[in-house]
Design a protein around this ligand. Sequence first.
Ligand code: GLA
Length: 703
Amino acid sequence: MERDAASSTDIRDGHAFRIDGDAITLVFAQQGSVVPALIHAGAALPAAEDLGALARAVQPPRHASQPEIAPLASLWPQSGRGYMGQPALIARRGDKALPMDLVPDAGSTVGPRGFHLVFTDPVAGISIAIDWQISSGDVIRARSTITNHGTTPLAVDRIASLCLPLPAWATHATRFHGRWAAEMQEGTAAIPHGRSGGASRGGRPGFDGGNWLILHDAGFSADQGHGLALHLAWSGDHDSLIERDADGAIVQIGPRLDPGEIVLAPGGRFVTPDAVLALGLAGRNAVRRAFHAHLRRDVLPDRANWPARRVHLNSWEAVAFGMDEDRLVQLARAGQAIGIERFVVDDGWFAGRRDDRTSLGDWVPDAQRFPAGLDRLIATVAGLGMDFGLWVEPEMISPDSALYRAQPDWCLHRAGLDRPTQRHQLVLDLARPEVSAHLFGVLDRLLTAHAIAYLKWDHNRELFPNDGVGHAQAQAHHALIDRLRLAHPNVEIESCASGGGRIDHAMLSRCHRVWPSDNNDAIDRLRINRAWSLFLPPEVLGNHVGPCPNPITGRALPMAFRAKVAMFGHMGVEADPGAMAEAERHTLAAHIACYKQYRGLLHSGVQRELAFADAGLFGTMVADDTNALALVARTDLSGDYNARAVRFPGLVPDAFYEIGFPLADSAAGLALSGRMLADAGLVLPLSRPATAHLIAFTRQDHR
Ligand code: GLA
């Protein structure tokens, strides 16, 4: 975290200070507590705002059931002074948890956009640093650091990356839950008294999406309301907690640790993963805008050098394990005919892999299926004008594999017990240097020997048995990718974990896209993508047209519908174009051509969701200064005969926009002002389920 010019600050009772983003101000104060609390989060305040007066204005009156030095929730809740909620830190020397009573220490600094606060408990021999920094998009990155100043080892069993006493308006929480093929299902509820929250235990964020949440007011909707969106930038386990008592509510997020997992030697320190916090003052679209801007500018690797996102053809739902060189060449040719730019060979290419029971670990081409190795296929694909991608699942090992026979103890296991599998596979112990070195060697050789432009990096099972190795495993995994990226900087990497099981900023700082879900059903994808798009921009969300009927849901949807939905992401195809009816193939090719025309806009513009009272309608729109492209889709039959006009907010109010319908061979013949489009909107033919429309807006004075 880069810190701006900061001046040292005196943390004492009554002291208030502020940090400012481009359009927001956060004010912190100590109101009897020893660690400051957030007392205001909102639109930018005047520079001359009297912070002392602000602090007095919002200070809750003392009540009789408090200790004299008020232990109200602060940026670091601690039990030593009578705070009765969950402490931010649980640490031990030996068996006994230490009572914690941090007081301000020297070295704290506050700058215009961030702070570094230092606290110490001289008796426990611990210091804590709390760092917050406002980054692009007015998104805040926060972390904490613990240092062991004692003379004995210190076990850290719990430590929060961020603790945030909630503003009074944050009465509701939108959290996410999910399962394979149904990731990121939203649930919104009033924050209950007591504890709510979630933790992952599988060594990755998981399908539950508990590493993303939004705390907001009761009226929070597409364009209205205040919200605080929170994410843990960590690919291992997370712990998020919302706690409400009679004094107010607080949210905490941090890594989930097993007792004894982190032990600091004297002088040692532990830095938490970053928490990412966005303040949205105009509804979900404001949160979306902040997260997208931050990810694009500060997180994604080398984004400035990204070429256009190439249209993929992925073999998985086209041929699954039924592949050989001839079949793949046939598939590649069919792909080339519809405009595919990258051919990705998914699972099934490596030694002996005929189903999901064998061969993970043996990352060499299957000799029967590829008698000439991979190079002849890659050359054919290149000759068709496409580059080449390959599926790998490096962290895993099949008990039935050459690697397992050679190194049976490289997997996570408990000596003397059986080795429980999931998807018939075990997890390699990446924290063992020889295991990570082996994997680097294998992947490095693969990328050196072959012209591979892209890796789909999969992760298809949870981490168990886990004797307190989850954090080290995630760190070793990151180190492996980092080393590989350094050696092969031009190779793009996708993070997949049976779909969206491992999506977080730590992966996104190393990868070029994520696989949001194995579910390519376009109706389900509208919902899944809307939820992911609260945090992630279209260019990182792999979005494919699958076969019909969909193999997961059994639903048959028209190609024109499926292809339009797939355009609002990083578009691809995961079906055999050669097996499609001529008309379908033609429709798909036309949509791919249209996507290529608009992807510059789709992958850099500001995205918003459109608001509908009708739950059977979905809409999204991406706009830059001169153009916008919207998708409006109906999933269920409308309860009314006439769908209401669809409103398109966010355009320049006084500019006029020509309205067109790409792929519909028609133009509306209308030009309307941005204000009119936002307030009155357009009536679209939206009565039938599984209909979708693309609407293009072109600013007239910019043509
Ligand atoms: C996982 C991925 C799929 C596919 C299969 C292959 O389930 O999410 O996209 O790659 O593995 O086994």
